[in-house]
Structures are given as structure tokens and as C-alpha cells.
Write a protein that binds this ligand. Structure first.
Ligand code: IPE
Ligand code: IPE
Ligand code: MG
Length: 244
């Protein structure tokens, strides 16, 4: 584990988000800047993810949702898509024990159906192994899209026969992949793009957004702490005129 908090490198913050979403963007540009293939950037991105998971545990962030592969990322060249699937598979095998030992509860949001049975099993096994851990919930958004999630929720609601006049925010929340989790307080996007790219579009209605030009493989613990510091200084109004 990192020891920044223990060493006093990261002073406690006045408020910590209950749920942080991260759009982990910029792996391709990180690789290109080094004359490497895009997949080398994705590998560096996975390495960085390990660091950020540890930092989240240390800094007391209880829920992280990590955007790893969108429903639109299938549009990439076949070799890149296959590389990303392989990387997910390898990382699950390599990292799951350490994550488990560090108290991380792994979850998945998105649609697993298009993935191979082998990969689906690896994901289910990792989820089953870590299901009782409670230091950090790490939601991996893989083949996730906010619109697909809402379509699925509406389909489930209609199928379940809930009368139209009973549909409210709580009913919709309960039918999303994130049902039972708090909305994200903070959504971080690396690599300087000012867009949501179909990530947590319902849940992020009142999230604070933080965009940094730093590319994902370079977004280290100091950068993560900086994002939390900026969040702690934000004045959230939720449509009202002052903070509670
Ligand atoms: C983010 O990095 C990872 C995924 C979307 C899988 P990118 O691959 O989008 O990197 P850039 O945006 O091309 O630099
Ligand atoms: C968003 O990044 C998806 C992930 C980080 C997994 P993209 O690189 O796919 O987003 P766009 O295409 O720039 O909007
Ligand atoms: Mg990108």
C-alpha cells in the first residue's frame, strides 16, 4: 500500500466524495508520444489503475467507478479491441488476489453478454471472491454505456408492470447497474477532453466534474489527491442558493 497518508503527505480533506467516477482517457496519446503501439498505452493504463485503487483505499474513498471500455469502443480496430479484452482477462488473473487482500470489492457495470464465456467466468469469479470486502467498492465499467443502461432499466420497469405514475427517481435508480450505490459526487476525466462520452449520464446529474490534461497513465496519486482537493473546495448548490 502507499503510505502517503501515513507519512502526512496527504493531509486529511474537509470532505471526501462518497463515490468517484473516472473516465480513464488518454492511453493512446500517451503511447503515441513515446512512439509505442496503442496497446502499450493501455498496459500503462492498467498499471496506473493499480496505483489509483491503492490511493483510493488510503484516502478513504469508498466507491470508485472506472470507465474501462464503452459501448462505443467496439468501433475501434479489431486488434485494439482484442488487445483490450486480453488485457482485462490477464489483469483479472494477475491482480485479483492482491485486490482481495487489500479489501477491494470488485463489481462490474455494463453488458457482459458479448464477451467470451471464459472472460465472463473470470469476471464472475473475481466478483464472487471479493463480494464481502468493504474497504473499497471498485466498479469496473466494461462494455458500459449510460444510454444502454437507461434502455435496459426502462425495459425492466415495463416488464415488471410498475404503473406509470409510480415511476420516480428511486425506481429508476433501483433499475440501473449502480442500484444501491450513491450517485458519484466527483467525476474525473483525464486527457483534457470536455465530454461525458456516455458515462453515468443519469447518476452524474449533480456530480462535480474535474478535467485534467494529464493523460491516464500519468495520473498518479498526487494527481488524484489534487482532484479530491479541488472537489473539497467546490460549493455545491443542487439548484438552491447555498451549501448545506
Ligand atoms: C482510454 O484511452 C482507454 C479506452 C477508451 C479503452 P484511449 O484509448 O481512448 O486513449 P486516446 O484517447 O486515444 O489517447
Ligand atoms: C471514453 O473514452 C471511454 C473510456 C475511457 C473507456 P473514449 O476515448 O472512448 O471517448 P471519446 O471517443 O473521446 O469520446
Ligand atoms: Mg480516448
Amino acid at each position: 500500500m502507499i503510505s502517503g497518508v501515513v507519512q502526512g503527505k496527504y493531509p486529511p480533506l474537509p470532505k471526501t466524495p462518497a463515490h468517484v467516477g473516472i473516465i480513464m482517457d488518454g492511453n493512446g496519446r500517451w503511447a503515441r508520444a513515446r512512439g509505442k503501439p496503442r496497446l502499450a498505452g493501455h498496459r500503462a493504463g492498467v498499471e496506473n489503475l493499480r496505483r489509483i485503487l491503492r490511493a483510493a483505499v488510503e484516502l478513504g474513498v469508498p466507491v470508485l467507478t472506472l470507465y474501462a471500455f464503452s459501448t462505443e469502443n467496439w468501433r475501434r480496430p479489431e486488434t485494439e479491441v482484442q488487445g483490450l479484452l486480453r488485457l482485462l482477462s490477464e489483469s483479472l488473473v494477475k491482480e485479483v488476489d492482491e485486490l482481495h487482500n487489500n479489501g477491494v470489492q470488485l463489481r462490474h457495470i455494463g453488458d457482459l453478454a458479448p464477451l467470451s464465456i471464459d472472460l465472463q467466468e473470470k469476471i464472475h469469479n473475481a466478483i464472487a471472491l471479493t463480494r464481502n470486502n468493504n474497504r473499497l467498492i471498485a466498479n469496473i465499467a466494461f462494455n458500459y454505456g449510460g444510454r444502454a443502461e437507461l434502455i435496459r432499466a426502462v425495459q425492466e420497469i415495463v416488464r415488471s408492470g410498475i404503473p406509470a405514475e409510480e415511476i420516480d427517481v428511486a425506481v429508476i435508480n433501483a433499475h440501473l447497474y449502480t442500484g444501491g450505490l450513491p450517485d458519484p459526487d466527483l467525476i474525473i476525466r483525464t486527457s483534457g477532453e470536455f465530454r461525458v462520452s456516455n458515462f453515468l449520464i443519469w447518476q452524474g446529474a449533480y456530480a462535480e466534474y474535474y478535467v485534467t490534461p494529464v493523460l491516464w497513465p500519468d495520473f498518479d496519486q498526487d494527481e488524484f489527491y489534487r482532484a479530491l482537493q479541488v472537489f473539497a473546495g467546490r460549493n455545491r448548490r443542487y439548484g438552491g442558493i447555498h451549501e448545506d
